[in-house]
Design a protein around this ligand. Structure first.
Ligand SMILES: C[S@@+](CC[C@H](N)C(=O)[O-])C[C@H]1O[C@@H](n2cnc3c(N)ncnc32)[C@H](O)[C@@H]1O
Length: 219
């Protein structure tokens, strides 16, 4: 899509022009990216083969993250994973606009962390973001206190448990009651966990992207 047209149609609840400009650029890059994804048959599932690809959340999902974080006055949030930092931008903008907070990111591929840091700096949002390098199943074990919001936007693999399932089991005990979880990829064993009332969540599927699961911790 030509830049001018995307500029015309780009809408966001985020008002800050610097942040909007970076989000718009990343969205343009996503639309123009080469074909193929680790979810396609016969494609590599090695994250290092996709250092140039964001596989990022859509702007409507980001807007919802921003809106919910603002409404609940979130100050501590976590994401699996960061990639090139699109979701991080929405979280970090909300933390700043709430008066300050901490975003804990996670990412396996160092080149993507470098890209995410550049994007956050360009948006003026680098200060309150910590990106933990390595396997999120290790790096997110100790979040340093309760968190208000968790994004589970992981990576496919053929066998269960999915990474999303493993990571939600690590994060759920660290999420405060009233805290939200958003999941992008509808991994069946993640949905099984989050929809089981015994695990303390109420969950709905929203018609965003191909189905976005939004859950709130109630017990
Ligand atoms: C769908 S992308 C995340 C997109 C990001 N939330 C955004 O909106 O830009 C998933 C990311 O997970 C990373 N990843 C895969 N396995 C991982 C692991 N075990 N620990 C941390 N990150 C991992 C991949 O490198 C990839 O960048």
């Amino acid at each position: 899509m030509p830049n001018a047209l995307l500029n015309e149609t780009f809408k966001s609840v985020i008002q800050d022009e610097r942040v909007r400009a970076v989000i718009q650029r990343l969205e343009e890059e996503r639309r123009g990216a080469r074909a193929g994804s680790p979810r396609d048959d016969g494609q590599s599932q090695d994250p290092y083969d996709y250092a140039d690809r964001g596989f990022s959340i859509r702007p409507e999902q980001g807007d919802l993250i921003y809106l919910l974080c603002r409404g609940m006055r979130a100050t501590r949030v976590v994401e699996f994973a960061t990639s090139v930092g699109m979701s991080t931008l929405y979280f970090a903008a909300a933390m700043r606009d709430n008066g300050g907070g901490r975003v804990i990111g996670s990412e396996l591929v160092p080149a993507k962390i470098a890209t995410a840091r550049r994007n956050l700096s360009e948006a003026g949002l680098a200060d309150d973001v910590e990106i933990r390098e390595g396997d999120a199943r290790q790096t997110l074990r100790a979040l340093g206190g309760p968190v208000d919001f968790a994004l589970i936007d992981g990576w496919p693999r053929d066998e269960e448990p999915s990474l999303a399932r493993e990571v939600i089991e690590i994060i759920a005990p660290q999420l405060r009651v009233g805290g939200y979880v958003m999941n992008d990829n509808a991994e069946p064993d993640f949905l099984e966990f989050i929809r089981d009332p015994g695990n303390g969540f109420i969950s709905i599927t929203l018609p965003l992207k191909s189905g976005t699961e939004l859950s709130v911790k109630v017990a």
